[in-house]
Write a new protein. Structure first.
Lengths: 105, 624, 193
């Protein structure tokens, strides 16, 4: 039988995959995709908790409202982030994160 | 009020000139001379100030240590302040003429103002820490002024020598201050120390329990005076200091700074009186220096060096008087308590005038002879420079102790207290020194001013300009009359009461004068070169050479060991090792701050994992 | 939902997710991400979150993926990676991922909450109108519930506008700021005269 645990583990693995991608990949666009994956993994956990924590016999819609907000913010973030990537590419001619080391001490 | 003006005026003058002497140029001279004149006027008002001891500026308040700029106003500081500001002003005026063609005039006057500031600080100091600070400052300004012509190798060497020799003395002074500091619970205020010694915890124990400590403190403090007042064995710097411009020699190395040691000893006379052994040592060293320097002076050919050794000798007199007064106080003679007179301070006062005048006079001679300092290349200056000659003659007479001139009174007072001290040897040595003084001063006068000119420069010498003559004339007046009550009382010279019945002293000094000058006239009259030659005296008893050998043997070895220790301990263990560790740590942490996005993400993820691990798996097990 | 379907969709989600992380070509990665999100949407559906599942596809697989692909095309990014493997980064990434997964499994395994199944928490649709308070006043919600279907979009909408009205406006403002920000960022810098 499928339990909450199953969903949470899938969510956690998706998150871990995203984290590994952010750390290992050097293409900044793919790093961004991995970030999206991590956000979605969090959404999955939220929806799972929503379903298995009933309020008045219905799923907890507060959690789903939060997911709605997260998706909105993620969309805005992608838009701004991609704009930044475009600006970066214009000045560096590269999407390699290694080329962005201006903050190096 | 007056005290702060006197103290701050030269300070701001020095600050202004030393910071902006490139921009100020000629204005620097005006600022410096102006401030010295205003200080002098303020000092005239200051003579009427009340006895006081007040804090001007608190500045060290750490635990038990309370030291600040506080001002002790009494007869001694008022009198000394007059000497300093008066001679300071005259020297400033004289320098206007003497340094007219010097390129670095602003620097010279700036250093002069710095010196005036520091010397004022010593005179007014109400506690030993403040005195020490200004003590170091006069050392610095003396260094700057001796090395004014630093392009000349000998001047550079001389200022270094003066500075280093003074270091030894200052080190002792500091230890002395720290001893008193520890013994008196952190209070080094002069008034409080005096009362601690007269009625407080530091009162000399009849059983002699704390005698050792008192003697050590007194001798350490005395070491400071040995350095600054150039007493044996640290006397070697003063003759070399004559490399500085002559007005500097007059102000610093004759009248004021070198007298600071004596001034300070009189300030702490409560300490010296508390320790008979220290008083004996001080009197002995003073007496020995007086005799030694007088012997060296008889064979010098440089006009300024003769005066320098004479200064040494007279300083020895004063130091001897300080010790003798303390010993006389033990013997029941109480000249100090009944009347605030002190033969050392009185001799300091008269000596300041005539010795400053002699130096300024020698400056005028050197200026006239185109910077020729060898007396055997002068001669016959009497006709060319009449005013200088007459003032020089008066100064010489005062120094020799010709009756009715100022030097006679003060020298008699010093010899009188030497006789009272109970040690005949002090008195005899003092008298012999007086005879030698008469001898070498007469020699100097005859060789330089009488006879025929021996070189062209002496032949073409002309009288110095008015600005240089004026200070000479003023000082000549003081050299004659300053010993009388009419001047000594308002100027608060601490003249000791004239002791009746010291027939011995009177006749002895008169005899010494006659023998010394008579012998000199007999030997040097009409001579073109020195008829006697005593290598030992001419080479200053080989002190410089002996010190060089001592330094080579001891100090170099010691330095080698210290260097080795430093390389291993300080450099290696204390400095290199921690720096290496820190550098490694820094390199490691710098890698964390590499500016690499992924590195940061990795750390973030690691942090998250660590926090989750701690919160979920570790804390519950700990019972939280 | 049968367990088989769950495993299938989980596999789709994670498998395509893995492809995103390992893919050489950015276009491949973007498409894999879209597929992964479709799998995720199916998982949402399996959790009775139909509305979220739909907007997951609409917003992510639709809009965001198009944006990514558009940028990739615009910048004309070739398969530039892989010339040199960044071995330490890869190793540390894998290490963290493994650690995190193990940790989550351990956490999940240690709580009773995670053992709940959908049988333990059955939806009680018909009884709901009596308990949901103000939401029951809307006939469209009560009618759906009485008919035995979950009006989840309507309930989310009700929750949003009833409880989170202010937050919704803040999100709206955020989107506006984001829009302006993007415009400012993508404006070409005028070269100095």
């Amino acid at each position: 039988m499928i339990t909450l645990g199953h969903y949470l583990v899938v969510s956690g693995m998706l998150f871990a995959l995203g984290l590994a991608g952010v750390i290992a990949r050097r293409n900044i666009i793919i790093v961004y995709m991995c970030l999206e994956m991590m956000l979605s993994a969090a959404n999955l956990a939220l929806v799972g908790f929503s379903r298995f924590h009933l309020v008045n016999g219905l799923p907890d819609y507060t959690a789903q409202s939060l997911v709605f907000f997260t998706i909105t913010v993620a969309a805005a973030e992608v838009a701004v982030g991609l704009a930044i990537i475009v600006a970066l590419f214009r000045s560096k001619q590269s999407v390699d994160v290694e080329s962005v080391t201006k903050l190096q001490g | 009020m007056h005290a702060s003006i006197i103290l701050l005026l030269p300070f701001f003058s020095a600050l202004l000139i030393l910071l902006g002497h490139r921009q100020l140029k000629g204005a620097a001279v005006l600022i410096s001379v102006g401030s010295s004149i205003i200080s002098f006027v303020a000092c005239l008002f200051f003579l009427a100030a009340d006895d006081d001891n007040k804090l001007l500026l608190p500045f060290l308040d750490v635990g038990h240590l309370h030291a600040g700029i506080d001002v002790l106003i009494d007869k001694q500081s008022r009198g000394m302040m007059f000497i300093v500001s008066f001679i300071g002003m005259l020297v400033h005026l004289f320098s206007l003429g003497y340094m007219k063609d010097d390129d670095a005039k602003p620097r010279f006057f700036g250093s002069l103002s710095l010196f005036m500031f520091s010397m004022t600080g010593i005179v007014l100091a109400g506690n030993l820490i403040m005195m020490f600070i200004f003590w170091e400052l006069v050392g610095l300004s003396s260094y700057l002024l001796i090395g004014h012509w630093y392009q000349k190798a000998s001047a550079a060497e001389a200022c270094k020598k003066a500075f280093l020799t003074n270091r030894i003395g200052d080190f002792g002074f500091m230890i002395g201050i720290l001893l008193l500091f520890g013994a008196n619970g952190g209070n080094v205020n002069l008034d409080d120390l005096a009362s601690a010694f007269s009625s407080g915890p530091l009162r000399p124990d009849p059983s002699g329990a704390n005698a050792g400590f008192t003697t050590a403190a007194a001798l350490c403090i005395f070491l400071g005076a040995v350095g600054k007042s150039a007493q044996f064995p640290l006397h070697v710097w003063l003759p070399d200091a004559m490399e500085g411009p002559t007005p500097v020699s007059a102000l610093i190395h004759a009248a004021t700074m070198v007298a600071a040691g004596v001034y300070m000893l009189v300030r702490v006379s409560f300490l010296i009186e508390a320790s008979p052994l220290a008083a004996q040592i001080i009197a002995g060293i003073g007496c020995f220096t007086a005799l030694l320097a007088a012997l060296m002076a008889t064979q010098q050919n440089d006009i300024k060096r003769v005066l320098a050794y004479s200064t040494l000798s007279q300083l020895g007199y004063m130091v001897m008087a300080v010790g003798a007064v303390a010993m006389a106080a033990k013997n029941g003679h109480e000249p100090h308590a009944a009347e605030p007179g002190h033969p050392a301070m009185f001799h300091l006062y008269t000596h300041a005038f005539f010795k400053a005048m002699l130096f300024l006079g020698s400056g005028a001679v050197i200026y006239a002879c185109h910077h020729e300092q060898d007396i055997w290349k002068m001669g016959g200056l009497r006709k060319h420079m009449p005013v200088t000659f007459w003032t020089f003659l008066i100064g010489t007479a005062a120094l020799m102790g010709v009756p009715l001139l100022s030097g006679f009174w003060s020298k008699e007072a010093v010899l009188g207290v030497a006789l009272d001290s109970g040690y005949k040897v002090l008195f005899i040595a003092g008298a012999v020194t007086a005879a030698l003084t008469a001898f070498y001063m007469t020699r100097l006068l005859i060789v330089a001013f009488f006879g025929k000119p021996r070189t062209d420069s002496a032949h073409h010498a002309t009288e110095a300009p008015m600005i240089m003559i004026l200070p000479l004339a003023i000082l000549a007046v003081f050299s004659v009359f300053s010993g009388y009550d009419i001047l000594a009382t308002p100027l608060q010279a601490m003249k000791p009461p004239h002791v009746e019945g010291h027939q011995t002293v009177f006749w002895a000094s008169l005899l010494a004068l006659l023998i010394g000058s008579g012998f000199a006239i007999y030997l040097y009259r009409g001579r073109d070169k020195d008829p006697i030659s005593i290598k030992l005296f001419a080479n200053k008893f080989y002190f410089d050479e002996i010190y060089a050998v001592i330094i080579r043997i001891c100090q170099d070895r010691l330095a080698w060991i210290v260097t080795a220790l430093e390389r291993v301990l300080v450099d290696g263990l204390v400095a290199r090792l921690p720096t290496a560790i820190i550098a490694r740590l820094g390199a490691a942490t710098r890698m964390l701050q590499g500016g690499h996005l992924q590195g940061y993400t990795f750390l973030l993820g690691g942090g998250v994992i660590a926090v989750v691990y701690l919160v979920v798996f570790v804390l519950p097990r700990l019972g939280h | 939902m049968p367990p088989l379907l769950f495993y299938l969709f989980a596999l789709i989600t994670l498998g395509f997710g893995f492809l995103v992380v390992t893919g050489r070509n950015p276009v491949t990665c973007a498409l894999a991400l879209a597929a992964s999100f479709v799998g995720l949407a199916a998982l949402f559906l399996s959790l009775d979150a139909y509305f979220i599942g739909v907007i997951q596809i609409l917003v992510y697989a639709g809009a965001v993926m198009v944006l990514f692909l558009f940028i990739i095309m615009l910048l004309d990014i070739k398969t530039e990676e892989g010339k040199k493997m960044n071995l330490p980064a890869i190793l540390s990434g894998v290490l963290l991922a493994v650690l995190l997964t193990l940790q989550i499994i351990a956490v999940v395994g240690s709580t009773e909450l995670a053992k709940k199944t959908s049988q333990d928490t059955p939806l009680a649709l018909v009884d709901a109108p009596g308990k949901i308070g103000k939401a029951a006043l809307l006939p469209t919600i009560t009618n759906d519930l009485k008919a035995g279907t979950l009006p989840d979009a309507k309930l989310i909408g009700f929750t949003l506008f009833d409880q989170y009205g202010f937050h919704l406006q803040v999100i709206g403002l955020l989107l506006l700021v984001g829009t302006i920000g993007v415009v400012v960022l993508s404006k070409r810098e005028r070269s100095a005269p």
